[in-house]
Design a protein around this ligand. Structure first.
Ligand SMILES: Nc1ncnc2c1ncn2[C@@H]1O[C@H](COP(=O)(O)OP(=O)(O)OP(=O)(O)O)[C@@H](O)[C@H]1O
Ligand SMILES: [Mg+2]
Length: 402
């Protein structure tokens, strides 16, 4: 006897969902680590720059106040060596005396230069407190000056660097994710269409020959009498329906204005004798002529799948209630409720995924197919409207108006 190779079922989705969280967590840890490490570097560099400015200020104070032979050395080795940290020396009235490493073009007017420096001083004071320089003449204090400063361009870039790097990686990751998803969907589409077309094609040949054989049997009075032909005919009709469904899903079906109430009634009438007699079917509508643009064989397939799931969820008795309503903008809404065991909250988001099943003999394709038919071919939507454990589930289908 042939054994069924199990399809990846619930565990697969659980693992997959976990993998997503693991990747997200690892990326977050890497991002935080990268920002944290750069921050340590920034703090070290900042401290070094502050010390450098302090030395610069002391050297400045020395050159202003003293007049010995060391001055040339100090000017050369300390003051002129600061080629990266922007500094401005100001007096007590906030007027600038000279500046270093500030982007000012020599072509600027005196006014423009002053305004720029005033702005810089204001900004610098917000970042670091200015360093005081005490002016003395023969040991007597006669005034004060201040060295204002801010981070060097290098340090500012280093502060911004991890954020820029992470943004670029995030954008790249997002684009790759979209591309990957797109190619995955395209591949799935090819499999769906190919398999459906092939199935319809393979069923077609024996079906035509069966239809010819049934005519031969009909002509035989002996067999005709026994009602065999009628039974065979029913099975052939069913086979034709299946073939039509598969061939429709393998092509672009054309939608027609159809009476939704009648289509649903058809499915219910077909299913009733095939399920436990303790299962009640109820169909409610405000109008028995309610119409929507649908492809009848595919739409019936969706309703059939939902009803079969409902039956599975209820066991041997319960009620399936189908309500046909009008929504906004002339939409047709179909609510299909059962009184079954309900869908646990944690798996509601997975029920439409291909291969997801909680049943021993399930393939996890019924709802995937329903979603594909409603969303792709009818531009409608299908979702779990509500579900309570042990009380039942309601699925809603929204169709565009006729
Ligand atoms: N009405 C419902 N009540 C409770 N659970 C449901 C209901 N409909 C679907 N489910 C859950 O969603 C899962 C996926 O349903 P789906 O129809 O896609 O696959 P399946 O019924 O398991 O298998 P298949 O339809 O391919 O034979 C089911 O296994 C079940 O756990
Ligand atoms: Mg199913």
């Amino acid at each position: 006897m042939a054994t069924k190779t199990p399809l990846p079922s619930m565990d697969f989705y659980q693992d997959n969902a976990n993998l997503k969280w693991i990747i997200l967590a690892v990326s977050t840890i890497i991002s935080i680590g990268s920002v944290y490490y750069t921050n340590i570097l920034v703090e070290q560099l900042k401290e070094r720059e502050i010390n450098q400015v302090k030395l610069y200020a002391r050297a400045l104070e020395y050159t202003i106040n003293e007049s010995d032979d060391n001055i040339l050395f100090i000017t050369e080795e300390i003051l002129n060596k600061n080629t990266s940290i922007p500094t401005i020396l100001i007096n007590e009235k906030d007027e600038f005396i000279f500046y270093n490493n500030i982007n000012i073009s020599p072509t600027w007017s005196e006014q423009r230069k002053k305004e720029m420096l005033a702005r810089e001083v204001k900004e610098m004071k917000k970042i670091f407190p200015p360093i005081e320089i005490i002016l003395k003449d023969a040991g007597v204090v006669f005034g004060k000056q201040y060295v204002c400063y801010k981070n060097s361009a290098l340090l500012s870039q280093l502060i911004a660097y991890p954020y820029i790097q992470l943004s670029v990686i995030a954008i790249f990751g997002f684009i790759s994710y979209l591309a990957f998803n797109y190619s995955k969907i395209a591949e799935q589409n090819r499999v769906w269409v190919g398999l459906a077309k092939e199935t319809a094609h393979q069923l077609g040949t024996p079906l035509s020959s069966l239809m010819a054989w049934i005519e031969v049997l009909r002509d035989d009075p002996e067999i005709s009498k026994k009602g065999v032909v009628e039974e065979l005919d029913k099975d052939i009709q069913k086979l034709r329906m299946v073939t039509e469904r598969f061939s429709s899903i393998g092509s672009t079906p054309t939608l027609k204005e159809e009476n939704v109430y009648l289509l649903i009634k058809n499915v219910v009438e077909y299913l009733k004798p095939r399920v436990s007699s303790k299962i009640n079917f109820e169909v409610y509508t405000l109008s028995e002529t309610i119409k929507a643009r649908v492809h009848a064989p595919l739409f019936e397939w969706v309703i059939e799948n939902l009803c079969k799931n409902a039956v599975d969820a209820m066991g041997s008795n319960g009620t399936i209630a189908i309500k046909i309503l009008r929504g906004s903008e002339g939409k047709v809404l179909i609510d299909l409720s059962d009184t079954g065991k309900g869908i646990p909250k944690g798996i509601i988001s997975s029920v439409f995924k291909p291969g997801f099943t909680t049943k021993k003999r399930g393939w996890g394709l019924g709802l995937t197919l329903a979603k594909r038919i409603i969303e792709l071919y009818h531009e409608g939507s299908i979702f779990v409207k509500s579900s309570d454990e042990n009380l039942g589930t309601t699925f809603r289908i929204e169709l565009k108006s006729a």
